[in-house]
Design a protein around this ligand. Structure first.
Ligand code: FE2
Length: 288
């Protein structure tokens, strides 16, 4: 079933904590804001990282992300605006465009590049890292591009517009479903004064990141460029977001793995030995 069925919540989650991203650069000098950093990995298990990028200055993005490896998790890139070409060692290639999503399961390892295919204009979007359970960290790599028009979108009775990238919201299934971590990933546009609600499984850790305007959750204001970590309040069956002005935000939720997280750059495993093995495999050319 894929019919809009708007939820009436018993109780909304609250804002547990506000987080301001950290300006940094990655790849060959792409400027970005690291919103979810290493110290939040336990709190927001199964999510390992969220980068927000957005600039109309080509110097901030033009060099892109040349060949680099990943092992042990999934990367989800959501492009609000811009064009980026992906190529990887597993033979996958794709062009990510406005409103599109690229979902990559790095599994046992890929080497890939993400290079802008534009010389000017705006490049804006997000990259989210989703952890893999120990049993799947060495799975075969997998990759897919979802063009904007394939992403399910619904409009609430109050006028909110929601794109469902992963999971299910108000009866509408997203373009991706993942077992075990069961991620929910929404891009939400709410006009000023309007309330938007969606269910979130009680098992999940969850956060919002506002990228335009401002919202309020349980009386706490979340401004643009801020992450609001949602409380894991017992009995709360979802979240209600009230737009203080026209607002755009992403909502991300997932079921924690509760496994050890050992990260060394682009490798995220469960033990130090597995990290050493990843480095050894990469240096010996066993990622291809
Ligand atoms: Fe990458």
């Amino acid at each position: 079933m894929n019919t809009l069925t708007q939820v009436t919540l018993q109780q909304s989650r609250a804002i547990d904590r506000l987080v301001e991203g950290m300006a940094t650069s990655d790849g060959a000098g792409v400027k970005l804001t690291r919103v979810l950093t290493g110290k939040l990995q336990q709190r927001l298990d199964p999510f390992l990282m969220l980068d927000a990028f957005g600039s109309d200055n080509p110097d901030d993005y033009i060099a892109g992300f040349p060949d680099h490896p990943h092992r042990g998790f999934e990367t989800v890139t959501y492009m609000l605006s811009g064009r980026m070409r992906h190529r990887d060692s597993a033979g996958h290639e794709g062009l990510l465009g406005d409103g599109g999503v690229q979902w990559m399961i790095a599994g046992r390892g890929v080497i890939h590049s993400e290079i802008p295919e534009q010389e000017d204009g705006v490049m804006e979007g997000f990259q989210l890292w989703l952890n893999l359970p120990a049993q799947n960290k060495m799975a075969e790599p997998w990759y897919r591009d979802f063009a904007s028009e394939t992403i399910p979108e619904y409009v609430t009775e109050e006028g909110g517009t929601v794109r469902v990238i992963a999971g299910k919201s108000n009866g509408v299934d997203g373009v991706m479903t993942r077992e075990i971590t069961e991620p929910l990933y929404l891009d939400i546009h709410v006009p000023a004064g309007v309330t938007f609600s969606t269910a979130i499984p009680a098992t999940h850790n969850a956060f919002i990141y506002v990228y335009r305007g401002a919202v309020e959750v349980g009386g706490v204001r979340v401004d643009a460029q801020r992450m609001g970590i949602l409380s894991n309040t017992a009995g709360a069956d979802g979240v209600s977001v009230v737009a203080q002005e026209d607002a755009r935000l992403i909502l991300v939720a997932g079921k924690p793995l509760r496994e050890a997280i050992v990260q060394y750059g682009p490798f995220v495993m469960n033990t130090q030995e597995e990290i050493h093995q990843a480095l050894d495999d990469f240096r010996s050319g066993r990622f291809v």
